[in-house]
Design a protein. Structure first.
Length: 499
């Protein structure tokens, strides 16, 4: 395997330490399949060996095309074992998006599982002579090839303002720095069982895998149908660490699957990816009374998360802005500043962060424009998020800077509009979007006439904050990462406003 893992330098060494500790321990559970550390390790070595045997030279960027299979998880490890960066690809993505990702990442190797195999024909024009491995074949590697901490560990793609995905290369050094923060904060052990709710194209999935594997615990893939009876699923699998987007809470509430005390086995309840609402956090805490609940925040560019807030039933609601749980304190080894803010305690500005978790820059250098700040002799990443200092070193999230829109000449924060909508009787979920200079609201709840909604909003909102049109939905649309799909809603708003 590797010569010395006393001090971790590479992301996958978190997994390898657990292989050394007990290769018979359970690393991964998919459905009824229980996969040991030793088995997953050997499969990754065989996939890596098969890839290298087909490659004229050692690959640098290896795509992993599949969905929630043993080969998908082993494929991420195999890319690392081959000395390459892993590029997760979801076969459910449109072919055009996948082709862009393959090209932008400059793939020189690809691992595909059974779900990824049918997609290869649609990618033939960009795969060219790239070697493709489907299932382990050929001789296994004896041990992982060496890599540098400053090599790319994985490349993920975030949505770009132009509609073209932006490639985010994260270095081993960035990821290891994050795992160091996780290890210092959480008391994860080999007895813990971790939920795996995120698609592997979403960076939060890397927390599930490498925090779980680094502790020697078991990672359980959570299928979509599990949410209909999550309490039973969590109890059956003995899940102790839950990590998901906050959207899961509203999904469970609609399914009436989040009763008080229904998740007694959880030790940790972690949420990230979207704003966590106070009411949602409180309801989850009631369902999981034995767990400590934390709200994590951070863009992909800062490696998984860069701040955290411990939810407190009494204190957190008082600190919340627009009913959103604070994003808390920045990790100890990072620095932040608020661009455009004043020095007083409750000042507001765009959050900029620097430190060992910050990625080096986008795959396409043109995407770096406007995303970095040179200040105090350092380079800072501009998150594009507006935050407020709320005392005690804590920060409150106010919304995206690009979600600040102009309506009738007034600056409007969409988060504030959504807060007002959620105050209305019968509204359980609300999203506000702007299109053609007007506001549209999408609601989940008990349907009431638009005229009534406007009148009630007028009791506490000026006219320019009141949406022009309203549409009730059974469910808010979600993207592949479990976040509210604002692009879909914005397109729908344009149709409504023009109709």
């Amino acid at each position: 395997m590797t010569a010395d893992r006393a001090g971790q330098r590479l992301l996958h060494e978190a997994f390898l330490r657990s292989v050394d500790r007990d290769e018979r321990a359970e690393a991964l559970r998919i459905g009824g399949e229980r996969i040991s550390y030793g088995r997953l390790h050997e499969r990754a070595l065989r996939l890596a060996g098969g890839l290298l045997s087909r490659s004229p030279r050692a690959p640098r960027r290896v795509g992993v095309l599949g969905a929630r299979s043993e080969d998908m998880y082993a494929g991420v490890l195999a890319a690392h074992y081959a000395g390459a960066g892993a590029v997760p690809l979801n076969p459910a993505f449109p072919a055009e998006r996948l082709r862009h990702m393959v090209t932008a990442a400059s793939l020189d190797g690809l691992i595909a599982d059974d779900k990824g195999l049918p997609v290869l024909a649609a990618l033939a024009d960009v795969l060219g002579g790239i070697p493709v491995v489907h299932r382990p074949a050929g001789s296994a590697l004896d041990e992982p090839l060496p890599s540098s901490p400053y090599d790319v560990a994985y490349i993920l793609f975030t949505s770009g303002s132009t509609g073209r995905p932006k490639g985010v290369p994260v270095l081993h050094a960035n990821a290891v720095a994050y795992l160091r923060q996780v290890g210092a904060r959480y008391d994860f052990t080999a007895a813990d069982v971790f939920s795996q709710t995120f698609d592997l194209t979403f960076d939060l999935a890397m927390f599930d895998l490498f925090a779980g594997w680094g502790a020697g615990g078991t990672v359980v893939s959570v299928p979509a149908h599990a949410y209909a009876a999550l309490a039973d699923f969590a109890a059956r699998h003995g899940i102790t660490v839950w990590f998901s987007a906050p959207t899961v809470i509203s999904v469970l509430r609609r399914k009436k699957a989040l009763a008080a005390g229904s998740l007694p086995g959880l030790r940790w309840s972690l949420f990230c990816g979207e704003p966590l609402l106070v009411g949602d956090a409180a309801q989850w805490q009631e369902a999981a009374p034995n767990s400590r609940l934390e709200n994590l925040y951070g863009p992909t560019e800062l490696t998984i998360s860069c701040s955290v807030h411990r939810f407190d039933q009494n204190q957190s609601p008082r600190q919340a802005v627009n009913d959103v749980v604070p994003i808390g304190t920045i990790h100890p080894r990072l620095r932040y500043l608020l661009l455009g803010a004043q020095e007083h305690a409750d000042s507001v500005g765009e959050l900029c962060v620097t430190g060992e978790q910050m990625f080096p820059g986008y795959l396409d250098p043109a995407d770096d424009t406007g995303r970095f700040l040179d200040h105090d002799g350092q380079r800072w990443y501009r998150t594009g998020d507006l935050v407020r200092r709320i005392g005690g070193g804590e920060l409150a999230y106010l919304g995206r800077a690009d979600h600040q829109v102009k309506i009738s000449g007034f600056r409007v924060e969409l988060a504030e509009v959504e807060w007002g909508l959620r105050r209305l009787p019968g509204v359980r979920e609300a999203v506000a979007v702007a299109a053609d200079g007007r506001l549209a609201a999408f609601l989940v709840g008990d349907e009431r006439p638009a005229a009534v909604l406007r009148r009630e909003l007028g009791f506490f909102f000026p006219r320019y904050l009141i949406p022009h049109c309203y549409q009730y939905l059974n469910d808010l649309p979600l993207n592949a990462n479990g976040k509210t799909d604002r692009l879909v809603l914005t397109a729908r708003a344009r149709q409504l406003l023009r109709g």
